[in-house]
Ligand binder design. Sequence first.
Ligand SMILES: Cc1cc2nc3c(=O)[nH]c(=O)nc-3n(C[C@H](O)[C@H](O)[C@H](O)COP(=O)(O)OP(=O)(O)OC[C@H]3O[C@@H](n4cnc5c(N)ncnc54)[C@H](O)[C@@H]3O)c2cc1C
Length: 455
Amino acid sequence: MEIDGFRGQLITADHADYDTARAVWNGAIARRPRLIARCSGTGDVAAAVRFARDHDLEIAVRGGGHNVAGTAVCDDGIVIDLSTMRAVWVDPVGRTARVQGGALWGDVDHETQAHGLATTGGIVGHTGVAGLTLGGGIGFLMRKHGLSIDNLSAAEVVTADGSIVRASTDEHPDLFWALRGGGGNFGVVTSFRFALHHLGPSVVAGPVFWAADDTVDVLRFYRDFAAEAPDELGTVVRLGTVPPLPAIPEDLHWQPAIAVISCYAGAVEDGERAVQALRRLGTPLVDLLAPTPYVAHQAATDDTVPHGWHYYWKSTSLAGLSDNAIAAIADHAFAANSPRSYTAMFHMGGAVARVPREATAFAGRDVAHNLIVDAVWLPDEPGEHAAAETAWARRFLEALEPDRAGVYVNFLDADDDASRIREAYGDHTYRRVAEIKAKYDPDNAFHHNKNISPA
Ligand SMILES: Cc1cc2nc3c(=O)[nH]c(=O)nc-3n(C[C@H](O)[C@H](O)[C@H](O)COP(=O)(O)OP(=O)(O)OC[C@H]3O[C@@H](n4cnc5c(N)ncnc54)[C@H](O)[C@@H]3O)c2cc1C
């Protein structure tokens, strides 16, 4: 098979790399595309889009391949694969980075921290920049510096007709608005330009773990601690078993525990002060909060969520941590069958909430927390494990029903239907993204995603 004007790699089922090239982060996804077009640059992406349109092929777009629903790969159609387009160019004077559409957050952290700079990205280094950014982008730095999209100043996009356009506040401003939260609905982004901020290289960061039995006390304390935290302090609560990481004493490995993982985006002395009350709470099992290279902190949990395990997610945003929510979390978080399943809860607010809701297509600016129930099982575990873990995640979400306040689009899984996509945007934002979808992709060529129907 050949694509006119394409000079990257074309991978079909008879190719030795086919099985690795079609695999995504979630090992439960096993789709067989007709063709994987591994692009070497923007020209290839445009050629692949035109080819797909001319041949009426189903299109999937792959950035980091991390989406739990496996939208980066389709059956039978073409995967427009940007996984080898991972360059990051930093302008240390202008404090910006241009990042190719297949880069991972580990690539961005590595290159930007070489200059003592950073921008808001995900908390796991092997997550893709593209999918994460296009859905909003939440991470440890967001309360100080905003979401990933709040740091985005321009994008190069290949649209559904194969043309290459630039989106910014000055060029195609409607497209630029929609890209900031609307996901991969409007075209293939071949590069992003982000604003950077001085950071580190060492920051006060790391987890404090308490026994699972302390969950209610920890969460009640955390509710107030988080609400009063300075913008510099980003925290994520993690509930599950203690991961068997080398930094954690071995006798704690696989013990059920609640952890608050912090990262202070400011001076080390200020960070030490900001986390003092947290480390004095109760009797921690282990306290690993310390001045840490930001790059090391960002990579610290990479091995706990490896490629190839099977994953299923349920998620909700929370307006706050009510007593009911705390009770539901304490009741369900440790009821999974698999020791690998866990729950994570990102504290929002700060700079995220100060951007007006209408400014971008990201609707969840006023929520307090984003919670994700992550059911995990191993590829060789029998089918009943999958059934038990998915049932656990669903039950957990049901228990949080009274406290639900929307959902973050990037945390939706394959069985979250169109109504949950609408929930992620709300009616007002959805109407506007649907209008812009109709302008840039009227035929819905890019529908293998959290799809927005053209208005
Ligand atoms: C372990 C783990 C940790 C995570 N942590 C965070 C976190 O801290 N913060 C957070 O906000 N999210 C987080 N996420 C969720 C993450 O934002 C989504 O999974 C996101 O889809 C990942 O982007 P990707 O490029 O790797 O995805 P892919 O699976 O490659 O793509 C997902 C979709 O994004 C679109 N897309 C991808 N690349 C492009 C492109 N170049 N142009 C246009 N559209 C494109 C396509 O529609 C595609 O179907 C995490 C996910 C995982 C698995």
